[in-house]
Design a protein around this ligand. Structure first.
Ligand SMILES: CC(C)(COP(=O)(O)OP(=O)(O)OC[C@H]1O[C@@H](n2cnc3c(N)ncnc32)[C@H](O)[C@@H]1OP(=O)(O)O)[C@@H](O)C(=O)NCCC(=O)NCCS
Length: 198
Protein backbone atom coordinates (compact mmCIF):
# COMPACT_ATOMS: atom_id res chain seq x y z
CA UNK A 1 0.00 0.00 0.00
CA UNK A 2 1.60 3.26 -1.07
CA UNK A 3 -0.51 6.30 -1.76
CA UNK A 4 -0.29 10.09 -1.51
CA UNK A 5 0.65 10.14 -5.22
CA UNK A 6 4.31 9.77 -4.38
CA UNK A 7 6.78 8.18 -6.72
CA UNK A 8 9.76 6.04 -5.86
CA UNK A 9 13.03 6.89 -7.55
CA UNK A 10 16.13 4.76 -7.20
CA UNK A 11 19.54 6.32 -7.72
CA UNK A 12 22.91 4.57 -7.64
CA UNK A 13 26.55 5.68 -7.49
CA UNK A 14 27.10 9.00 -9.29
CA UNK A 15 23.36 9.45 -9.89
CA UNK A 16 23.10 10.32 -6.18
CA UNK A 17 24.96 13.67 -6.59
CA UNK A 18 21.95 15.93 -7.33
CA UNK A 19 20.00 14.51 -4.39
CA UNK A 20 22.63 15.11 -1.69
CA UNK A 21 21.27 18.51 -0.52
CA UNK A 22 17.70 17.12 -0.26
CA UNK A 23 18.91 14.06 1.62
CA UNK A 24 20.95 16.23 4.02
CA UNK A 25 17.91 18.39 4.73
CA UNK A 26 15.69 15.36 5.28
CA UNK A 27 18.15 13.71 7.69
CA UNK A 28 18.42 16.89 9.72
CA UNK A 29 14.64 17.27 9.92
CA UNK A 30 13.82 13.65 10.83
CA UNK A 31 16.80 12.93 13.10
CA UNK A 32 15.99 15.90 15.39
CA UNK A 33 13.28 13.70 16.88
CA UNK A 34 13.74 11.05 19.54
CA UNK A 35 15.59 8.66 19.62
CA UNK A 36 18.23 10.46 17.51
CA UNK A 37 17.89 14.03 18.84
CA UNK A 38 20.55 14.93 16.32
CA UNK A 39 21.76 18.49 15.99
CA UNK A 40 23.28 18.38 12.52
CA UNK A 41 24.73 20.98 10.21
CA UNK A 42 24.13 21.19 6.49
CA UNK A 43 27.88 21.40 5.77
CA UNK A 44 28.67 18.30 7.80
CA UNK A 45 25.78 16.39 6.27
CA UNK A 46 26.63 17.20 2.67
CA UNK A 47 30.26 16.27 3.23
CA UNK A 48 29.36 13.02 5.05
CA UNK A 49 26.97 11.99 2.30
CA UNK A 50 29.71 12.15 -0.32
CA UNK A 51 30.72 8.64 0.85
CA UNK A 52 27.86 7.42 -1.35
CA UNK A 53 29.74 8.56 -4.42
CA UNK A 54 32.68 6.27 -3.72
CA UNK A 55 31.17 3.13 -5.23
CA UNK A 56 28.81 2.24 -8.05
CA UNK A 57 27.18 -0.24 -5.62
CA UNK A 58 25.68 2.48 -3.40
CA UNK A 59 21.94 3.09 -3.57
CA UNK A 60 19.42 5.63 -2.38
CA UNK A 61 15.70 4.93 -2.56
CA UNK A 62 13.85 8.24 -2.75
CA UNK A 63 10.19 9.00 -2.12
CA UNK A 64 9.06 12.11 -3.96
CA UNK A 65 5.83 14.05 -3.72
CA UNK A 66 6.00 15.95 -6.98
CA UNK A 67 9.47 17.51 -7.00
CA UNK A 68 9.86 17.38 -3.21
CA UNK A 69 11.93 14.59 -1.67
CA UNK A 70 9.89 13.45 1.36
CA UNK A 71 11.72 10.23 2.20
CA UNK A 72 14.98 8.44 1.54
CA UNK A 73 16.85 5.34 2.46
CA UNK A 74 20.42 4.39 1.66
CA UNK A 75 22.77 1.46 1.38
CA UNK A 76 26.42 0.85 0.60
CA UNK A 77 29.09 -1.87 0.75
CA UNK A 78 30.18 -2.29 4.37
CA UNK A 79 33.77 -1.98 3.21
CA UNK A 80 33.21 1.73 2.50
CA UNK A 81 32.22 2.42 6.09
CA UNK A 82 34.35 3.67 9.01
CA UNK A 83 36.25 1.29 11.25
CA UNK A 84 33.69 1.86 14.02
CA UNK A 85 31.07 0.22 11.79
CA UNK A 86 33.30 -2.55 10.45
CA UNK A 87 34.81 -3.60 13.80
CA UNK A 88 31.85 -5.59 15.21
CA UNK A 89 31.70 -7.62 11.96
CA UNK A 90 35.41 -8.37 12.14
CA UNK A 91 34.89 -9.37 15.79
CA UNK A 92 32.08 -11.73 14.74
CA UNK A 93 34.29 -13.24 12.01
CA UNK A 94 31.99 -12.07 9.20
CA UNK A 95 33.51 -11.47 5.79
CA UNK A 96 33.17 -7.69 5.25
CA UNK A 97 32.86 -8.10 1.48
CA UNK A 98 29.65 -10.14 1.98
CA UNK A 99 27.85 -7.35 3.81
CA UNK A 100 25.68 -4.61 2.35
CA UNK A 101 25.22 -1.93 4.99
CA UNK A 102 22.02 0.09 5.22
CA UNK A 103 22.32 3.72 6.27
CA UNK A 104 19.37 5.84 7.28
CA UNK A 105 15.67 5.44 6.52
CA UNK A 106 13.99 8.79 6.87
CA UNK A 107 10.48 9.77 6.01
CA UNK A 108 8.63 12.97 6.90
CA UNK A 109 5.96 12.24 9.54
CA UNK A 110 2.94 12.85 7.34
CA UNK A 111 4.14 10.19 4.88
CA UNK A 112 4.57 7.41 7.48
CA UNK A 113 2.33 4.37 7.68
CA UNK A 114 1.81 4.05 3.92
CA UNK A 115 4.30 1.24 3.36
CA UNK A 116 7.30 3.25 2.20
CA UNK A 117 9.38 1.87 5.10
CA UNK A 118 8.81 -1.69 3.86
CA UNK A 119 9.56 -0.63 0.31
CA UNK A 120 12.88 0.86 1.50
CA UNK A 121 13.93 -2.59 2.75
CA UNK A 122 12.60 -4.41 -0.30
CA UNK A 123 14.44 -2.21 -2.82
CA UNK A 124 17.75 -2.16 -0.94
CA UNK A 125 17.71 -5.93 -0.40
CA UNK A 126 16.86 -6.51 -4.09
CA UNK A 127 19.81 -4.33 -5.08
CA UNK A 128 22.19 -6.04 -2.61
CA UNK A 129 21.13 -9.52 -3.79
CA UNK A 130 21.60 -8.56 -7.43
CA UNK A 131 25.23 -7.81 -6.62
CA UNK A 132 25.69 -11.07 -4.70
CA UNK A 133 25.95 -9.62 -1.21
CA UNK A 134 25.06 -12.35 1.28
CA UNK A 135 24.10 -10.24 4.30
CA UNK A 136 22.18 -7.00 4.88
CA UNK A 137 22.87 -5.12 8.11
CA UNK A 138 22.16 -1.82 9.82
CA UNK A 139 22.36 -0.33 13.29
CA UNK A 140 20.05 1.71 15.48
CA UNK A 141 20.70 3.88 18.51
CA UNK A 142 20.06 2.44 21.98
CA UNK A 143 18.66 4.95 24.49
CA UNK A 144 17.94 4.22 28.16
CA UNK A 145 14.32 3.22 28.90
CA UNK A 146 13.85 6.28 31.12
CA UNK A 147 15.41 8.84 28.76
CA UNK A 148 14.01 12.31 29.64
CA UNK A 149 13.35 13.21 25.99
CA UNK A 150 11.42 10.03 25.21
CA UNK A 151 7.89 10.96 24.03
CA UNK A 152 5.01 9.20 25.83
CA UNK A 153 3.73 7.71 22.56
CA UNK A 154 7.13 6.52 21.34
CA UNK A 155 7.27 2.94 20.03
CA UNK A 156 10.63 1.41 19.16
CA UNK A 157 11.03 0.10 15.62
CA UNK A 158 12.25 -3.35 16.78
CA UNK A 159 9.02 -5.13 15.78
CA UNK A 160 9.05 -3.53 12.34
CA UNK A 161 12.65 -4.63 11.79
CA UNK A 162 11.91 -8.16 13.03
CA UNK A 163 8.97 -8.36 10.62
CA UNK A 164 11.35 -7.52 7.77
CA UNK A 165 13.41 -10.57 8.80
CA UNK A 166 16.18 -8.85 10.79
CA UNK A 167 17.73 -10.26 13.93
CA UNK A 168 19.21 -8.21 16.75
CA UNK A 169 22.86 -9.33 16.92
CA UNK A 170 23.68 -9.73 20.61
CA UNK A 171 27.21 -8.53 21.26
CA UNK A 172 27.44 -6.61 17.96
CA UNK A 173 27.46 -2.99 18.98
CA UNK A 174 29.50 0.10 18.34
CA UNK A 175 29.55 3.76 19.36
CA UNK A 176 28.85 6.83 17.26
CA UNK A 177 29.34 10.35 18.50
CA UNK A 178 27.07 13.33 17.82
CA UNK A 179 25.67 16.37 19.56
CA UNK A 180 22.15 15.92 20.94
CA UNK A 181 19.84 18.92 20.46
CA UNK A 182 19.76 19.43 24.25
CA UNK A 183 23.57 19.34 24.66
CA UNK A 184 26.51 21.66 23.96
CA UNK A 185 29.00 18.97 23.00
CA UNK A 186 29.08 15.60 21.29
CA UNK A 187 28.46 12.48 23.36
CA UNK A 188 28.89 8.79 22.57
CA UNK A 189 25.81 6.77 21.66
CA UNK A 190 25.55 3.01 21.69
CA UNK A 191 24.51 1.57 18.33
CA UNK A 192 23.01 -1.94 18.07
CA UNK A 193 23.46 -3.98 14.87
CA UNK A 194 20.71 -5.93 13.13
CA UNK A 195 21.33 -8.46 10.39
CA UNK A 196 19.60 -10.65 7.81
CA UNK A 197 20.98 -13.33 5.49
CA UNK A 198 19.82 -12.54 1.95
C1 LIG B 1 11.33 4.03 9.82
C2 LIG B 1 10.35 4.67 8.86
C3 LIG B 1 11.09 5.05 7.58
C4 LIG B 1 9.23 3.63 8.55
O1 LIG B 1 8.45 4.16 7.55
P1 LIG B 1 6.88 3.87 7.32
O2 LIG B 1 6.59 4.19 5.89
O3 LIG B 1 6.10 4.54 8.36
O4 LIG B 1 6.79 2.30 7.50
P2 LIG B 1 5.64 1.40 6.88
O5 LIG B 1 4.43 2.20 6.54
O6 LIG B 1 6.25 0.54 5.81
O7 LIG B 1 5.29 0.55 8.17
C5 LIG B 1 5.90 -0.62 8.43
C6 LIG B 1 5.33 -1.26 9.68
O8 LIG B 1 5.97 -0.70 10.82
C7 LIG B 1 5.04 -0.08 11.66
N1 LIG B 1 5.65 1.18 12.06
C8 LIG B 1 6.07 2.19 11.29
N2 LIG B 1 6.61 3.18 12.03
C9 LIG B 1 6.52 2.75 13.32
C10 LIG B 1 6.87 3.33 14.54
N3 LIG B 1 7.43 4.54 14.65
N4 LIG B 1 6.65 2.62 15.64
C11 LIG B 1 6.07 1.40 15.57
N5 LIG B 1 5.71 0.81 14.46
C12 LIG B 1 5.92 1.49 13.33
C13 LIG B 1 3.80 0.13 10.81
O9 LIG B 1 2.64 0.11 11.58
C14 LIG B 1 3.86 -1.07 9.87
O10 LIG B 1 3.37 -2.21 10.54
P3 LIG B 1 2.61 -3.38 9.73
O11 LIG B 1 3.65 -4.07 8.92
O12 LIG B 1 2.06 -4.22 10.81
O13 LIG B 1 1.59 -2.70 8.88
C15 LIG B 1 9.68 5.94 9.48
O14 LIG B 1 8.96 5.55 10.62
C16 LIG B 1 10.69 7.02 9.89
O15 LIG B 1 11.15 7.80 9.06
N6 LIG B 1 11.02 7.08 11.21
C17 LIG B 1 11.95 8.08 11.74
C18 LIG B 1 13.40 7.82 11.40
C19 LIG B 1 13.91 6.49 11.91
O16 LIG B 1 13.79 6.16 13.08
N7 LIG B 1 14.49 5.70 10.99
C20 LIG B 1 15.02 4.39 11.31
C21 LIG B 1 16.44 4.39 11.62
S1 LIG B 1 17.48 5.18 10.43
Amino acid sequence: METRNCDIKIVKGEEIVPFIPALAQLRMAVFRDYPYLYEGSKEYEENYLKVYLKSKDTIIVLVRDGEKVVGASSGMPLNLEDNAVKKPFIGADINLADVFYFGESVLLKEYRGYGFGKRFFFEREKHAKSMNYKIAAFCGVVRPENHPQKPKDYHPLDRFWQKQGYKKMEGMQTHFSWQDIVDDTETLKMMQFWMKHL
